[in-house]
Design a binder for this molecule. Structure first.
Ligand code: PTT
Ligand code: SF4
Length: 619
């Protein structure tokens, strides 16, 4: 076998044991790795209806057949589990040395089962796992924890860790690494927390041998050169994802005041240009020559802080909560990193609280743009104090508890808070959020960029071609990139030719995957993820229906009041037409449940008995 090691490391925390096992021979060619491998393992390993906040959940760290090789931005890792926030499939993608070290230690994936009795650091090398006490680290922020891990293990190891949010099981706690890389929006940090794993530290020695080393190096260095020669390269290096703030505002999609509006009157104060003036350094993931980690130094009356800024963080903790000062936004961003909280869900929960306070549904006084109140709210979320106890569970839960009309301004899909694109004027992007396999996230499809290029009329239309484009985009981004596992930004941001990827895959694995093969694998992954959601929902006694694929009510019920699209909102009947088209393309029925024929066609026959136990399948 080339390109993959073909091996899993299985760690049993409850019994402090570990074992290695071969990966089923069919899994790698049919799921590739990363997300594909993760969902297949979760399907196999988790009992239907498992409580995600229990030792019975499994945490999967999955690399792919391109991870770590010398080619563009190949230092990515998928972290997956059943999500505590949504009760469905959850994952995130992190760029960190840990991804490369896992491969170098000889594993395609690591499965972490059970729960430790006391906090542990898992120290992993090829064929060896140490269960070391983390008593001295429990309770510390991620920055201090990382400092201590580096002192103990040196700088050449890979680290994955949680902060107090993960320890206290906040439902949108993430896994952090390298002072600001964060992954696993749907609560992967809480899964690590319930297992009492404070950190995973990995040291490897050698990557799996590729099928054609010469070809891989030739193609990889050619692609790295193309990235640097791209016309967008210089601007990307200056601003990274932060350039999107002004783009989103100009195009009326910048989330503002809890997604009421798409334009923020102070967008210029939180823009990429302002960030450039605060920038002190820049960092990137392994093997990346277009590093986008913009490190800034921020000054507030709370002191001087460093933070790594990205578009999503700044939009959600800036315009979405009415905060117009990039220093203060950076402070909140750094606080989220240190505590191990997802910035997107955090920004949504703060905005939800601000709106609930405005509507007098909660006692706390927290006004739009109130920085001090926002900082205090973060503390309350971690301590589960007052309204923080509701918000630690996410906006869906908080809105259900508050009742009244709170559900109208809880901005989520399937429990995962919407990431930073307002969709009052973007039906295709709304569909992307509605059908994203982890709840509302842009990772799988950035359809907004395509819609905006269509001009006003095209953008507002419900043309079925949007559903077709969405399926294609999901298959490339959420199927191929999440499984390879490499960063998609060389393609998305600087236009690296997609044709490199099947060629690199062949050089790595020796298998000539055609585009048809890649689309089929992606389609298989999406369908298995959907089957997982249905199985888990119904096993937990929850209903499953197409209503779960509908984005927030606000976009259908309340028009924008400002900007070039004032008066615009989505239309529910037309949205359903798009959704029907999407289901047809995926081979799912009117409820969004995969048809028996689709499961058979994709080689997912093993799913049929489990689904038949809980629901009737359409032919
Ligand atoms: C991702 C989500 C994003 S998406 C952002 S900013 W983005 C937020 N970043 C956070 C952060 O920082 N700190 C924090 N405490 N929480 C945060 N939550 C948010 O998490 C990230 C980059 C980015 S920056 C993007 S778009 C691309 N995402 C990729 C992806 O998903 N897959 C892939 N194959 N390549 C990608 N490349 C880019 O990676 P989640 P990272 Mg992240 C401070 O994890 O759960 O997927 O959520 O991983 O290493 O930080 O890289 O404008
Ligand atoms: Fe990491 Fe950014 Fe490079 Fe992607 S472009 S690999 S997210 S540094």
């Amino acid at each position: 076998m080339h390109g993959w090691s073909g091996k899993l490391l299985i760690i049993d925390l409850t019994n402090e044991k570990f074992s290695e096992s071969g990966i089923h021979k069919d899994y790698l060619p049919t799921y590739l790795g990363g997300r594909g491998l993760a969902v297949r393992l979760l399907w196999d390993l988790i009992e239907p209806g498992t409580d995600p906040i229990s030792p019975n959940n499994s945490l999967i760290l999955a690399t792919g057949p391109l991870t770590g090789y010398p080619l563009p931005s190949s230092g990515k890792l998928v972290i997956a589990a059943k999500s505590p926030l949504t009760n469905g499939y959850g994952d995130g993608n992190i760029g960190t040395k840990a991804s490369v070290e896992i491969r170098k230690a000889g594993y395609d994936a690591i499965v972490i089962k059970g729960a430790a009795r006391r906090p542990v650091v898992l120290y992993i090398e090829r064929g060896k796992v140490d269960f070391r006490s983390a008593d001295d680290l429990w309770g510390l922020g991620t920055h201090e924890t990382e400092d201590k891990l580096i002192r103990e293990f040196g700088k050449d190891v890979g680290t994955l860790l949680i902060g107090p949010a993960g320890e206290k099981l906040v439902k949108y706690a993430t896994v952090l690494s390298e002072y600001g890389r964060s992954a696993g929006r749907p609560g992967m940090g809480a899964v690590m927390g319930v297992k009492k794993v404070k950190a995973v530290v990995v040291r490897g020695d050698e990557l799996p041998e590729p099928a054609d080393r010469g070809e891989l190096i030739k193609l990889g260095s050619e692609a790295l050169k193309k990235v640097k020669e791209s016309k967008n390269y210089d601007f990307w290096i200056r601003q990274g994802t932060m350039a999107t703030i002004i783009w989103s505002n100009t195009n009326s999609v910048l989330p503002t005041y809890n997604f009421r509006e798409g334009v923020f009157e102070h967008a210029d104060k939180i823009s990429g240009d302002v960030m450039e003036k605060m920038k002190i350094s820049q960092k990137g993931c392994p093997n990346c020559n277009m590093p986008c980690g913009m490190m800034v130094e921020a000054r507030t009356d709370m002191g001087v802080t460093k933070a790594e800024l990205d578009y999503e963080n700044v939009a959600m903790l800036g315009s979405n909560i009415g905060l117009d000062d990039l220093d203060k936004v950076s402070y909140l961003n750094n606080l989220a990193d240190d505590l191990g909280l997802d910035t997107i869900s955090l920004g949504s929960n703060i905005a939800f609280a601000m709106e609930a306070a405005e509507k007098k549904l909660i006692d706390e006084k927290i006004e739009w743009g109130d920085f001090r109140a926002a900082v205090d709210l973060v503390r309350k979320i971690i301590e589960r104090e007052g309204v923080g106890a509701l918000l630690a569970e996410g906006v869906k839960y908080a809105s259900e508890k508050l009742g009244d009309d709170a559900a109208r301004f809880a901005i989520h899909v399937k429990g995962l808070e919407v990431s930073a694109y307002d969709c009052h004027t973007a039906p295709g992007m709304a569909l992307a959020y509605g059908t994203s396999p982890i709840g509302a996230h842009h990772k799988d499809a950035w359809l907004i960029s395509v819609e905006i290029q269509m001009g006003r009329e095209g953008r507002l239309s419900y043309n079925p071609e949007k559903a077709e484009k969405l399926v294609w985009m999901q298959n490339i981004r959420g199927g191929m990139f999440e499984s390879l596992t490499t960063c998609r930004l060389p393609w998305v941001e600087v236009g690296l030719d997609l044709e490199y990827y099947p060629k690199l895959l062949k050089a790595a694995t020796g298998v000539a995957f055609t585009w048809d093969d890649i689309y089929t694998i992606a389609h298989r992954i999406y369908t298995l993820i959907r089957a997982f959601w249905v199985r888990e929902y119904l096993a937990a006694g929850l209903d499953w229906s197409r209503e779960l694929d509908i984005p927030p009510r606000r976009w259908f019920e309340e028009s924008l009041t400002k900007g070039p699209f004032a008066g615009a909102k989505l239309e529910i009947d037309k949205y359903h037409t798009l959704l029907d088209k999407y289901y047809e393309l995926r081979g799912w029925d009117h409820r969004g449940i995969p048809r028996r024929s689709t499961l058979e066609k994709l080689g997912l026959d093993f799913v049929i008995p489990s689904l038949e136990k809980v629901t009737e399948l359409s032919p």
